[in-house]
Design a protein around this ligand. Sequence first.
Ligand code: GLN
Length: 236
Amino acid sequence: AALAGCGSSDKLIMGTNAAFPPFEYTTSQGLVGEFDGIDVAIANKIAENVGKELQIEDMEFDGLVASVSTGKVDMVVAGMTATDERKQSVDFSDPYYVASQVIVVAPDNTDITSAEDLKNDKTVGVVLGYTGDNIVTNDLQLAEDKVTRANRGIDIVQDVKNGKLDAVVIDSATGKALAEKNGLKIVEDPQAFETEEYAIAVKKGNTELLDKINETLSEMKASGEIEQLAMEYDEK
Ligand code: GLN
C-alpha cells in the first residue's frame, strides 16, 4: 500500500541543497543521478524502507523548510540542524549526526584564532539561513556591512581563497572538506560554537513517514552504518 504520508505515489521526494559536501553534492556519477553524499545514502535507505524510489530536489537552503511544510517535498535531508526555531514549522527525526561551526581562513592568517576575533572588523561570509548565519548575526552581532551571505557553501569559501573575505563560518565537516580542497585553514572554537544535531525534517504531523525515518536511522546507527558512511565520505 502507498504510504499516506508521502505526496506522490511511487516516489519519495527529498529536498536538499547539494552544495554541502560530504553530506550532499553533485558529481558526474552519484548514488542517485548526479547526487551523492552521506545524506543521499541515508535517504536511499529510507526510500527502500518506504518502498519508493528516491527523487531529489536541489534548491536553496533557505527555502527547504517552506518546501516541506507546504508538501512540495516529503522530507528535508540537508545536514539540517534541528533548531528550536525550525521546530515551530516542521517536525524533526531523531538526530543522526553531531556537528559544530568552524571558521575557515587563509592558510597564512594569524589574527583569527577565535570567534571573538571576528569582531575586529573582519569580513565574514556565511550561507544564508544556515545556523552559521544565525551565530554571526545574533550571537556575535557582527556589523551588517561586514557580513556577506551566499546561497551555497561551495561558493562562499572561494571568497576566502581569492582574498575577498577574511573568514567563513560554516559547519565542521563541510568546512573541513572545503578547506582541504581549497588549501585553506580551519579555526575551531568549541567555547563559542555549541554542538548542533542534524536531523531530517518532515511536514508537521506526518508521523507515518517520520516513524519510518526513525526506524531506518535507528537501524543504521545500530549497525554502525552511519559512522561508516561518515568515514567513507570524509575520504572522498
Ligand atoms: N547545519 C546547518 C544548518 O542547519 C547547515 C546545513 C546546510 O547547509 N546544509 O543551518
